[in-house]
Design a protein around this ligand. Structure first.
Ligand SMILES: *[C@@H]1O[C@H](CO)[C@@H](O)[C@H](O)[C@H]1NC(C)=O
Ligand SMILES: *[C@@H]1O[C@H](CO)[C@@H](O)[C@H](O)[C@H]1NC(C)=O
Ligand SMILES: *[C@@H]1O[C@H](CO)[C@@H](O)[C@H](O)[C@H]1NC(C)=O
Ligand SMILES: [Zn+2]
Length: 522
């Protein structure tokens, strides 16, 4: 699902800055410090001016809280593992279907909710709104999980969903069953309280997200398209609440993903007539291919830092960084080349600022004394939102620059379009308000996903796709995703339920409040 947030060390930053830029810096100091003061991620939202639509309040009593945990544990215990597109656990998916019907009786019986199965194992719910003129939105989550080995060193077996020290351990606890269950728990409770939404909405639950969603999400989209549905926005997994994972950033932040990197799998191959090792030609297939691979590693695509959603991330969070990062990040118009130079040093941060190229497979040779007739290598590229699949392919062609190397695109897709995040952006502002209602100390900022989600299949239905779940990621947590000891705290899971509970009601506003130029009203 997600990948670790950028890490960088303020000390190194200082060093770079102090070298030769000091003079320029001092000249521009005055202009820049004005900007430092004026950028604050949470200003401009004017919570006081929003129409109040949260008519139902959520009271989680002890029994209800116990049931929430019981049901989430049950969801995790069902082994809905996707190993490959051909190898999904259909028995578990059918089991999960029965489980959902029993866990959420009102969702499945309410006259406001229309439920259908898509591609046998995915679920689509439509919740009818009382005001059909309000454009519906869609909440997305997935049922399947990546495999987890019982022999790995988990604190508790990965499908036991055991509770240890207030945490539920198990595959799917973070990715993505907390979100799936949180959405349905919120709806079940709202329906129980007699709630009827003004704005209609959909809930989509894909069954094969971990293997690209080509049956689940793709068919959900097909069904919606056939009905001519247009969506105000889509909210899926992707980014999260971060706390302490960016050195230098003070306090927690919520990153809302506006885009996802694209991808390309490219095959390089060289073929020649085979020969005997006793009379080798000057160049072999292996040598030619190795030179091509080396050249790709030595010539990465140039950084595009500042041209994608990562710019907004730093600008919105700048005021929460300690000096001098606060100053530097508030003034990317000046400092982005330095920041980029710094970020490219580490793989984690490098992935945010450019299209990456990784050589993942290299095959050649079958016998000790035969010059191989064929050598092939596979390249995996992750395409930054400021670039395209075509530009990535052009880069490979020009960098390899050897016609003996055959270059084939095996599969690939463009990066996702960047969703809106301005004051008039309904989805972004609703999500931001809901985050602030539930987590008042958090700073909200846009972000970019370096991994992919089911939501990428939805771009014909809406121009605004957001990737965020209210999951707390603290130091060391990102490696639990798809890793060992995946877990969620019971407290955080309750926050999922309340988040979706308020999100659904916040969506009932007719219009966003008018943007206002003054920031003092907050
Ligand atoms: C909330 O309740 C008030 C008073 O009953 C009603 O007028 C209003 O339409 C309700 N709002 C929503 C969003 O349901
Ligand atoms: C598939 O799911 C079934 C039913 O939930 C379970 O009994 C079985 O162990 C699962 N298979 C694998 C390989 O996980
Ligand atoms: C759904 O199940 C039916 C009957 O088992 C099968 O023929 C069909 O191919 C399945 N569809 C998908 C999308 O898996
Ligand atoms: Zn996921």
């Amino acid at each position: 699902m997600t990948e670790p947030g950028p890490r960088f060390k303020p000390v190194k930053f200082l060093k770079i800055v102090s070298c030769s830029f000091l003079l320029v810096v001092s000249l521009l100091l005055t202009v820049a410090s004005i900007r430092t003061l004026s950028l604050d991620g949470n200003l401009g939202l004017q919570l006081a001016r929003w129409e109040k639509t949260d008519n139902v309040s959520l009271e989680l009593d002890l029994d209800h809280r116990r049931e929430l945990v019981t049901r989430l544990r049950e969801a995790i215990q069902i082994r809905t593992v996707s190993t490959s597109a051909e190898d999904i656990n259909t028995t578990a998916l059918l089991h999960f279907d029965r489980f959902l019907r029993q866990a959420f009786p009102r969702v499945f019986s309410s006259s406001l909710v229309h439920h259908e199965l898509v591609a046998n194992y995915s679920h689509l719910f439509r919740v009818e709104g009382s005001q059909p003129d309000l454009v519906p939105y869609l909440l997305l989550a997935h049922i399947d999980v990546v495999p987890a080995s019982e022999s790995d060193d988990w604190l508790a077996p990965p499908f036991s969903a055991e509770v240890i020290d207030g945490y539920i351990y198990g595959r799917g606890a973070m990715d993505d069953k907390s979100s799936l269950m949180g959405i349905l728990e919120a709806l079940e409770y709202l329906l129980r309280k007699g709630y009827a939404p003004r704005r209609g909405f959909y809930i989509g639950l894909g069954h094969d997200e971990e293997v690209f969603g080509l049956n689940g999400a793709v068919n959900i989209v097909r069904v919606l398209k056939q009905r001519g549905v247009q969506l105000s926005f889509v909210l899926d997994e992707g980014l999260a609440l971060i706390d302490g994972v960016f050195p230098g950033l003070e306090g927690p932040a919520a990153l809302i993903g506006l885009s996802e990197k694209g991808m390309a799998t490219v095959k390089l191959s060289v073929s020649m007539v085979p020969g005997h090792a006793s009379m080798p030609p000057r160049e072999t297939t292996i040598g030619i291919l190795a030179a091509a691979v080396k050249s790709l590693e030595e010539n990465p695509m140039p950084t595009v830092f500042g041209y994608g959603p990562e710019r907004g991330t730093f600008e919105q969070l700048a005021h929460k960084f300690r000096f001098p990062l606060k100053f530097i990040l508030s003034n990317l118009w000046l400092f982005s080349p330095i920041v980029a130079r710094f970020m490219e040093r580490k793989p984690e941060t490098n992935s945010f600022i450019r299209t990456t190229t990784a050589v993942t497979m290299f095959n050649a040779g079958v016998k000790l004394n035969v010059i191989p007739s064929l050598a092939e290598a596979y390249i995996n590229m992750r395409i930054h939102p400021a670039q395209s699949l075509k530009e990535a392919m052009d880069h490979i062609h020009s960098t390899v620059g050897d016609t003996r190397v055959k270059i084939e695109l095996i599969n690939g897709f463009d990066p996702e379009p960047v969703s809106s995040s301005d004051e008039k952006s309904f989805g972004f502002q609703i999500i931001k308000k809901t985050v602030l209602d539930n987590f008042p100390t958090v700073t909200v900022a846009p972000g970019m996903c370096t991994a992919n989600t089911d939501s990428r299949h939805f771009k014909d239905l809406t121009k605004d796709i957001y990737r965020f779940i209210p999951l707390w990621l603290k130091p060391g947590d990102t490696k639990r995703l798809h890793g060992i000891n995946e877990r969620i705290s019971i407290k955080n899971y309750e926050e999922f339920v309340t988040f979706y509970f308020s999100l659904i009601q916040n969506c009932d506003i007719q219009n966003l409040p008018e943007p206002h130029s003054s920031v003092h009203e907050l």
